[in-house]
Design a protein around this ligand. Sequence first.
Ligand SMILES: [Zn+2]
Length: 72
Amino acid sequence: MEVKQVRISYGLPSRAFFDYAEVRSESFPNCDDSVLGGCIVREITHAEKNVCEQCNTARDEWRKAENDNDKD
Ligand SMILES: [Zn+2]
């Protein structure tokens, strides 16, 4: 596990995001996805987060599988 800078996303996330966030918290909680900053946009753009390579790999594989599904 390694502390990395990740982007902060502002604004209200979509319904699809919440579905994804559920999968993420179960399967790859420490991937380097951006973190939610809330609805009020502030100057700070990055935050520190514990990131692990296995989670990044699991996230990338999950996304790839999702994209493949969309094509069918
Ligand atoms: Zn991990």
